[in-house]
Each structure stands twice: as structure tokens, then as C-alpha cells.
Design a protein around this ligand. Structure first.
Ligand code: HEC
Length: 100
């Protein structure tokens, strides 16, 4: 076996090890709506002024949620572009348009 091939097979073995270790990891977060990273941001930021009762029944797409977030900025909210993106992603997922 050449050195090149040995290195290549070590790399393959390492990649396989990593993959199986990750698959066995029970705490690996699955991207579900409940664990969406934007959820914590929404709870931390939106709940400063009102609870989700204000928007729990609303159903709209991500763009419309982003617009709602900008309305809240007009009312005094102060957030980074990254926070706005995470919140719009989360709201568009959890409170998106129902497809039935
Ligand atoms: C700085 C205070 C403040 C923050 C923070 C805030 N809101 Fe609001 N929000 C308001 C006020 C004031 C109203 C109007 C309440 C009323 O009409 O009684 C409102 C109303 C709303 C409404 C209904 C009216 C509309 O314009 O659509 C939605 C939806 C809403 N908020 C979503 C959010 C979301 C999502 C967040 C987090 C990104 C958020 N709010 C954060 C102050 C805030």
C-alpha cells in the first residue's frame, strides 16, 4: 500500500467513525420547530412587550413575519440583523401558512 492510499483509508475510517458517533449521540438536536434556534430569540425579544397571545393565532409566511418584526422595531424593538433573521425563520416555520 502506498502512503497516499494509507492516508486515504485513514481519512475514510475517521469519517466513518465520526458519522457513527454522531448517529449514536442521543442528544443530537433534530431541526424541529420546538427546537428551532429562533424560538429562544422570539421568547427573549418579543416577550419584552407582549406574550405570544399577540400573534399565536396569526398564520403568515416568513416575509410577512419579517414585516411584522420591522413593525415591532417601529414600536421600540432593537435587534440585530441576525436576530431578525432567526426570528423570521422561526415564526415562518412555527406560525407559517397552514397547508391542508
Ligand atoms: C418594543 C415593544 C415590542 C416588542 C419588543 C414586540 N412588540 Fe409586538 N407589539 C407591540 C405593540 C405596542 C403592539 C400593539 C399592541 C396592540 O395593538 O394592543 C404589538 C403588536 C404585535 C402584533 C399585532 C399587530 C401587528 O402589527 O401585527 C404582532 C403580530 C406582534 N406584535 C408581533 C411581535 C413579534 C413577532 C415580536 C418579536 C419580534 C414583537 N411583536 C415584539 C410592541 C412590541
Amino acid at each position: 500500500m502506498t502512503l497516499r492510499r494509507t492516508v486515504a483509508s485513514i481519512a475514510v475510517a475517521a469519517a466513518l467513525l465520526c458519522t457513527s458517533a454522531a448517529a449514536q449521540q442521543p442528544t443530537t438536536p433534530q431541526p424541529s420547530a420546538a427546537e428551532h434556534p429562533g424560538r429562544a430569540v422570539v421568547t427573549a425579544k418579543c416577550f419584552q412587550c407582549h406574550t405570544d397571545a399577540m400573534f399565536r393565532d396569526a398564520r403568515q409566511d416568513r416575509r410577512a413575519w419579517e414585516a411584522a418584526i420591522y413593525r415591532m422595531i417601529g414600536r421600540g424593538g432593537l435587534w440585530t440583523a441576525e436576530e431578525i433573521k432567526l426570528m423570521a425563520d422561526y415564526l415562518g416555520t412555527e406560525f407559517g401558512v397552514r397547508r391542508e
